[in-house]
Design a protein around this ligand. Structure first.
Ligand code: GLU
Length: 439
């Protein structure tokens, strides 16, 4: 059974980069009729916060990315310690005593000598006496002893990968203070939860190599891996620093529609075109991980605007009925109101401005040379209620009286009535006005 997981750390809000990972894993599971697990990687007790765990769930629910199971690593610490015991028994787990400062110094020395900063395994050379003495001074951290051979796998996106384990430091799996680190927890969970496919960012490729060895040391095979390219800004600049402003909640607050966001992120960086889809099912149907490329993927938040406008325009009245009622639009006008404004808003929230205009009247936009003409025209318009014929009758009468026609007739009147040069068909809009337009 296909099983995937999205494994954010609840140490902040999830952003557009996380969404790419979540969505790919979600689509694989849904396409296969499998299981999608939301796994909260919360082994860091200081940085993990309940408020973020809640927010992650809220953000995924907003998008409709539902999960079949939720797991928390903090509830599974005994499993990780059991795995650590197994590794210890197999001679694949060893204590290190270097402080972070000492390790940093070693790395710097290696780099200065032009060597890769790989841990030198000095701890393996310690005698039992030395270890006993050091243990009295500080708590050891625990490393996995890599087999120094090539680690290979066929990646769902990157193709055949081969990494020389000798070029990688033995990963620390448990810190001196006892905190279980991501690599161990992730390996144990992926194995015990039956995860069959892991999609994550290409910044995890080296982790994957070590995880494959740890899984093997624990007596297991490994899931299929796919590493997607990382997102950059529109100019190819690193996005990592700006990701904070691209949180899903900020995008939502800015009026971005779920289907707009999903339609973009489900295809961005793939060989398939980005088009607004109408449902998650439609997205899942056309999804294929092998269509995604290796090159960094440019993300431009501007692309969400036309997609959002289209998603709004495509919304049936029933979806926005309550919101429209909330604005105070009378029930008998509500459906017509939506027909008139839906193609003329950037976001759903934009309809409030249209209603305010219809209810209170616009601030007219009148060019100096049109002032007299508009004043004369407005005098010819009776007070509301208006009907579907009002615009034609009124402009017909104004044309007769002033001799103006075409754009010179219609545009100043549109701008006087709505305060804008663009907008819905005036014939459709007039019946929604609650007040006679004034200069
Ligand atoms: N918590 C890890 C992260 O957010 C999960 C990586 C993974 O998918 O294994 O980077």
């Amino acid at each position: 059974m296909t099983t995937t997981r999205f494994a954010p750390s609840p140490t902040g809000y999830i952003h557009i980069g996380n969404l790419r990972t979540a969505l790919m894993n979600w689509m694989i599971a849904r396409k296969a009729g499998g299981t999608f697990i939301l796994r909260l990687d919360d082994t860091d007790p200081e940085r993990s916060k309940q408020e973020y765990a809640d927010a992650i769930q809220e953000d995924l629910e907003w998008l409709g990315l539902t999960w079949d199971r939720i797991e928390r690593q903090s509830a599974r610490l005994d499993r990780y310690h059991a795995a650590a015991d197994t590794l210890r028994d197999k001679g694949r787990f060893y204590e290190g005593f270097e402080t972070p400062v000492e390790l940093d110094l070693k790395r710097k020395k290696q780099l200065n000598m032009g060597k890769p900063p790989v841990y030198d395994r000095a701890a393996l050379a310690l005698s039992e006496d030395e270890k006993a003495r050091l243990r009295a001074e500080r708590d050891p951290h625990w490393r996995f002893l890599l087999d120094q051979e090539r680690i290979t796998w066929t990646d769902g996106i990157l193709g055949d990968i081969s990494i020389d384990a000798a070029s990688v430091s033995d990963p620390v799996l448990i810190r001196g203070d006892g905190q279980v680190l991501y690599t161990l927890a992730s390996v144990v969970d992926d194995t015990e939860m039956g995860v069959t496919h892991v999609v994550r960012g290409s910044d995890h490729v080296t982790n994957t190599a070590t995880q494959i060895q740890i899984m093997a040391a624990l007596g297991h095979g490994h899931p299929e891996f796919a590493h997607h390219s990382l997102l950059t800004g529109p100019q190819g600049e690193a996005l990592s620093k700006r990701l904070g402003t691209l949180s899903l909640r900020d995008l939502r607050a800015g009026g971005v529609e779920p289907m707009a966001l999903l339609s973009l992120m489900a295809r961005l960086g793939s060989s398939q075109p980005v088009e607004l889809r109408s449902s998650l099912d439609e997205l899942v149907e056309g999804f294929d991980i092998s269509h995604f490329g290796v090159a960094p993927t440019k993300f431009d938040a501007e692309d969400l605007k036309p997609l959002t406008a289209r998603a709004v325009a495509a919304m049936p009245f029933a979806r926005v009925k309550d919101e429209i009622a909330g604005l105070g639009v009378p029930d008998d006008k509500a459906a017509q109101f939506w027909e008139v404004v839906k193609d003329n808003v950037a976001t759903r929230a934009g309809m409030a401005d249209w209603w305010a205009m219809m209810r209170d009247g616009a601030t007219p936009d009148v060019a100096e040379e049109d002032r007299e003409f508009v004043a004369q025209a407005l005098e010819m318009l009776p007070p509301p209620p208006y009907g579907p014929e009002t615009w034609a009758n009124w402009t017909g009468a104004v044309k007769e009286a002033t001799g103006r026609k075409g754009k010179g007739l219609f545009m100043p009147l549109r701008k006087a009535v709505t305060g804008q040069a663009r907008g819905p068909e005036m014939a459709d809009l007039m019946p929604l006005l609650e007040k006679a337009p004034k200069l």
